[in-house]
Ligand binder design. Structure first.
Ligand SMILES: [Zn+2]
Ligand SMILES: [Zn+2]
Length: 137
């Protein structure tokens, strides 16, 4: 049997349930999202769950990223932005520090705090969108 993917709505653990009337269903143990009830061809249940587990073009991401989720190690140092500083002791055209431009450009890493804040905002906006478009059944 192939493995069940996590619930698309809450990331919870799905489990196969056998109903009293003989039907079978795969249901999320946290939010109770489920496949349609199958009375025959129960071998299709797993693929039925897995197929619906993520809508096309969607990715499953944790609500917040932390060191524990592996994102800190994976992302820190990945993003930079360029800032421009005035040359503080500028000697004009012949300035050796800034080559006469009056400015220094620095490539600084985006902080982990900022990366987390951006991720949180993406989740917020995605959930607002999902509330409108997709309802757990
Ligand atoms: Zn769920
Ligand atoms: Zn200078």
């Amino acid at each position: 049997m192939s493995e069940l993917k996590p619930c698309p709505f809450c990331g919870g653990k799905p489990a196969r349930q056998e109903l009293e009337d003989g039907g079978q269903v795969i249901e999320c143990s946290s939010c109770l999202a489920s496949t349609p009830i199958h009375y025959d061809r129960c071998e299709n249940l797993v693929s039925s769950w897995n197929r619906r587990s993520l809508p096309e073009g969607m990715a499953l991401v944790p609500r917040s990223i932390t060191a524990e989720t592996g994102h800190k190690a994976g992302m820190i140092g990945d993003f930079h932005e360029t800032i421009t500083l005035e040359c503080r002791h500028c000697e004009g055209e012949g300035c050796e520090e800034c080559h006469g431009t009056g400015q220094h450009r620095r490539n600084i890493p985006v902080s982990w705090t900022t990366i987390k804040a951006i991720h949180r905002r993406i989740v917020e906006l995605s959930e607002a969108h999902q509330d409108k478009e997709v309802q757990p059944s």
